[in-house]
Structure formats: structure tokens, C-alpha cells
Design a protein around this ligand. Sequence first.
Ligand code: SF4
Ligand code: SF4
Length: 338
Amino acid sequence: MKLPKVNNLGFFEIRLESIGGMGANSAGKMLADIGVLSQGYNGAAFSSYGSEKKGSPVKAFVRLSDAKVLVRVNSIIEEPHVLAVFHMNLLKNPMTLMGVREDAVVVFNTSMNPDEAREFSKLHGGTVVCIDAIKIAAEEKLPATNTVMMGALVKFMPFLDMTLFEKKIRDQFANKPDVVDSNIRAFRRGYEECEVKEFKAEKKYPYIPFKKPEPVYGKKNQPIGGYISAAGSSTLKDNTVTRTGRIPVYNSDNCIHCAQCEIVCPDLCIVFDRNKEDGKMYMKGIDYQYCKGCRKCVKACPKSNSEKEPDKSKHALIDDIEANYNVSDITCSRYGKK
Ligand code: SF4
Ligand code: SF4
């Protein structure tokens, strides 16, 4: 089947904006594998990982072209025909929507409807597709949202054969038979449960052209060597963008203040404070500003063992979907915010 549209070099281009651990890299490879190896297009798939750790921003790129068009371009995709945003927190970075034109399809992983998602993202125009991939993945007991997102993506790429994806999922998880059916169900639900709406670029929000990011510091403004002017290792000191949609929720009623969570947390999010009366340290909560949602704290907590105690209301740390909470209401910050 002919590609529905191509750019001036002859490519149909897909950009996946994601977070390490959400499976965008594998989703991109799967799209390209099926397009190239099973359907005879030419193509390429590659990713950009940054520090290559779970929780850090990841971009995956897929190019497909007619078999006669050779792939001689290896640069990142600047103006995608299809963009997938694997987590709404990624929209804090204006680069996420760069180069997305009015004729593009934008798939958001969100519980919002397309009108809400368009307002939230300030997208100038395009086809908005909303799929609550975190909820579906949680219901199917899957750790990553990528098969759900792929289901929604494939709906807007009818030139790719949906049945080949199901076969590919079976092959990919051949050594984990217990998750094959749940991944296929998640893929189908992504296809069937997404909501779609087209928005004209009526100048309500501006188009953001692609621009290569310039370094913030150069020789004229770099801070004096050896002097750290702000505590924390990142400019904004805000890790919320790296969370993968699940968070630990603290229930102080069940906590025994053993500090096992504090020992394992890689980002020092667990807040303890000394009680003036008895001089002992007590857990106060979780600083979500730094939490990347790895839930190592939940696994380490002796009061949060789902096998020994299935009733989550008796747990001290509850592994839950972030969307169920207004994190700003339950944030415990060491810097004086609530
Ligand atoms: S999920 Fe727990 S261990 Fe992981 S970063 Fe957040 S508070 Fe720390
Ligand atoms: S939340 Fe769990 S691991 Fe952390 S101090 Fe309380 S009981 Fe211990």
C-alpha cells in the first residue's frame, strides 16, 4: 500500500517522545520491523537516550519510505507526520511539540479528552488522539505502556497491517508466555479505546517551528568553575517529568518509621525529620519534586507487602497510578511547601 503522505525527501516520519522505561525504543523498532521486514517499505529506526537510564527523557524516531527511496538521512525527525507523547509531563519541555504541523497526528497518553488535551498542550492544530495508556496497562498488569500506545498509533497508519503486530507481539514475548495475551489485549484496547478530534490551526496557539536547542551556558555566561550556585543537579530541580505514571502514596497510619524506603530511594525523596520531644527521626512523606516513580521504596517497605497483606489500606506505601492523585495536594517538600 502507498504511504499516505511523505515529506520532500520521500519519508513518512514518526517521532515518539517518551521516558526511559516506557518502551518507546522497542515500539519504534517494532513499527520499523513490520514496515520494512514484513511489508516491503524502506526505513530506519533509532533512538536518542540522553543519560540512558530509566526515568530520563527518550526520543525514538522511525522513517518509512517507498522501497525505491533509499534511506540516506540519519538525522533526528524535525517535522513528524505522527507524534506520540508517552507522558503529559513531557509537555513541560516546549521541544516536545516542535515541528508538529497542522496535518500531523498527535497521540497523547492521557485520561483527558481531546479538547482538554489540546488546551493543556497548547497545540496549534492537528489531529489529537487521546488514550489512557497508563490505566489500560495497569488494568492489564503490564509494566510499560508501549503496546497500548502502538495500538493507538497503528490506527492512524492503516498502511501497516494490524495482524502483523499481534504476530510480532507473540514472537517478541515468546519467552514470557504469561504476558503475551495481556500485551495483545493492551494493543487492541489502544486501537479501539482512543478518542480522536481534529483541530484547525485557528491561531489560538502558535506553531512551534523546529529549532536545535542552543546551550544555556557559553564562555560569556558560564558560572565560575567549582561554584555551585543552586543545590540540586538539574537546572529546574524537578524530576516529575521522569515519572512513568505510577507513584508511591504514603499512609502514615501504617508506617513504623524503619527507614528502609529511605535507604533504597535513589533520588533522596523520602523525608525524615527529628521529633523535638523524643529526639527520634520520623518519616514525614515523599518529596514528589524528585520522585521518578521507580517504586523501589514500595518493594523495600516491610509494611507494604501485597502478598502478605493484600489489603492496600494497611500498607505504608501504596503503589498507585499518579492520575488518581493531585500530587501537589500530597507533596511533602523539605523546602516549606505543603
Ligand atoms: S518511587 Fe520511591 S524509591 Fe523511587 S524515586 Fe520515588 S520515592 Fe524514591
Ligand atoms: S514507609 Fe515503610 S519502609 Fe518507609 S519508614 Fe515507613 S514502614 Fe519503613
